[in-house]
Design a protein around this ligand. Structure first.
Ligand code: ATP
Ligand code: MG
Length: 472
């Protein structure tokens, strides 16, 4: 059954309808002032809100403070999906027709029998269900669910809301797996550029020699192998957003070209001296410490200040433990759909484990943990037996694990084959571990990244860092 909002200046009418619809199992809230209703809706439809939104809105047409048609057009600005049913007396049926043209779902003439309204509601709910079904059949890749109610995440959401509709350059920082890409997409999706492209480029995954032509494009014949003209990502992102992921991996030469495009919004294709002007919003992300890189001469200070106009720092999951269970439950729902399962519960023991665990791989690791448990689960509960604790980087409670130290794979409790702690350096261990895993997957990077519980781009970065050439 549905959450229904009723808007009618006559309180008695609201009460009668509420009574009837509650009889049918619906949950009802009513507003005698359409302005209050709109304020409530604005609040519910802000991205930070996690409270349920109405599935149907029923509004009177003639109200002293605001006409039903105006209410409808204001509602459409907040949310264009929720069906609105207009109630009207016979005399103003012409207005009801007008309302339909403006996008009302249907109208009902007063006085009416409760059953008539109940039927309309059923029709509207069915309509929404079909739309949702259709949407999920299409790719829902640009749908973004950003879960979390910790003060830290609320703060991130507030920042997203305030920066989304400007062209301000945003720099997102945070450990691997904290949700940097998700935040970048959320900024784009909440902006007035959302209908235009969101183009992502992973600066770590593309060899330095190709990155320039990926970003700016090239003319046919510009270099060996350039057999045709290529449009670069900046041009593709015109009027939209470009997401420069792993910006810390860009070499100094390209950094200066990027600086120019930020300053002048102009660039040239490789092998061509005609300038191209674009209107692009830039979002960059990194899990590296750019300030440290500046002192080491590896990152341009002037570029840093150009990118860091609006910094968003996403804290690691272990510093916002109240988000762990809501995010875990969100993944359970997602995997229920994906694996056609019906897991309803995470056992208390597993919850306790998760709350005590330091999640060096952050949300991505939590997702892997739930995914694996769901694959193994047979009933409708996942519990501690559905995952091997030793599989996780560290089962040391975060309180004892040196919270301020960023963890990387293999950092905690790495043991050599015979069970003795190795006295090799952490980096040596990490390098060897990566090579071992790559060997075990026959150098399949995707599989290796999965086993290491890092994403491909992190793996690429590590390969670069440790100078591992494929087929060592
Ligand atoms: N708050 C959140 N709510 C729901 N899902 C989340 C949240 N944060 C992260 N995720 C999910 O966790 C995974 C990792 O997030 P994402 O790829 O955005 O991290 P990242 O910071 O870009 O990591 P990396 O530095 O390794 O590239 C994704 O599947 C993302 O959808
Ligand atoms: Mg990322």
């Amino acid at each position: 059954m549905a959450l229904v909002f009723i808007v009618d200046d006559e309180e008695n009418m609201c009460k009668v309808l509420k009574f009837c619809l509650e009889e049918d199992g619906h949950e009802v809230r009513y507003f005698t002032d359409p302005i209050d209703a709109l304020a409530k809706l604005r609040d519910l439809y802000s991205i930070a809100s996690v409270r349920p939104r109405p599935e149907i809105i029923i509004s009177d047409l003639k109200m002293p403070k605001m006409d039903g048609i105006v209410f409808l057009s204001e509602l459409k600005k907040i949310d264009s999906q929720t069906p609105l049913i207009i109630m009207t007396a016979y005399a103003s049926v012409q207005n009801a027709v007008e309302a339909m043209k403006e996008g009302a779902f249907d109208y009902i003439l007063k006085p009416f029998e409760p059953d008539e309204l109940k039927l309309l509601i059923k029709k509207a709910l069915e309509h929404t269900r079909l739309i949702e079904e259709n949407a999920s059949l299409k790719s829902n890749s640009d749908e973004v669910d950003f879960i979390g109610s910790s003060p830290a995440i609320k703060n991130v959401l507030d920042m997203i809301t305030s920066v989304a509709n400007s062209k301000t350059t945003v720099l997102i920082t945070g450990e691997s797996g904290t949700g940097k890409e998700l935040v970048a997409r959320l900024i784009h999706n909440s902006s007035d550029r959302k209908k235009n492209p969101f183009i992502k480029i992973n600066c770590a995954a593309i060899p330095d020699t190709l990155l320039e032509s990926e970003l700016f494009g090239h003319k046919k014949g510009a270099f060996t192998g350039a057999t045709s003209d290529k449009i670069g990502k900046f041009e593709l992102a015109d009027n939209g957003t470009i997401f420069l992921d792993e910006i810390g991996d860009m070499n100094l030469n390209l950094q200066s070209k990027l600086l120019r495009i930020i300053q002048e919004r102009q660039f040239e294709k490789v092998g061509c001296n005609k300038s191209i002007t674009v209107d692009v919003r830039i979002i960059a992300a990194t899990n590296q410490n750019l300030q440290k890189m500046i002192t080491e001469g590896a990152f341009r200070e002037d570029l840093y200040y150009r990118l860091n106009v609006f910094p968003i720092k996403i804290p690691p999951l272990r510093e916002r433990k109240e988000d762990i269970l809501p995010i875990a439950e969100h993944f359970v729902k997602e995997f229920n759909c994906e694996f056609k399962k019906n897991v309803l519960k995470i056992s208390d023991e597993m919850k306790a484990f998760m709350l005590n665990y330091s999640f060096p791989g952050n949300v991505r690791e939590l997702s892997n943990m739930i995914e694996r448990a769901m694959i193994l689960a047979r009933g409708n509960e996942i519990n501690i037996s559905h995952f091997d604790k030793n599989d996780f980087y560290s089962s040391v409670p975060a309180e004892h694990a040196g919270e301020s130290q960023p963890h990387t794979a293999g950092e905690a409790h790495f043991k050599s084959g015979d069970g003795e702690m190795s006295d090799a350096s952490l980096e040596q261990i990490e390098r060897q571990h990566i090579i071992d895993i790559l060997k075990s997957t026959n150098w399949h990077k995707g599989r290796a990244a999965e086993i290491l519980k890092i994403d491909r781009s992190t793996l690429y970065r590590m390969l670069k860092k440790y100078n591992i050439t494929l087929k060592e």
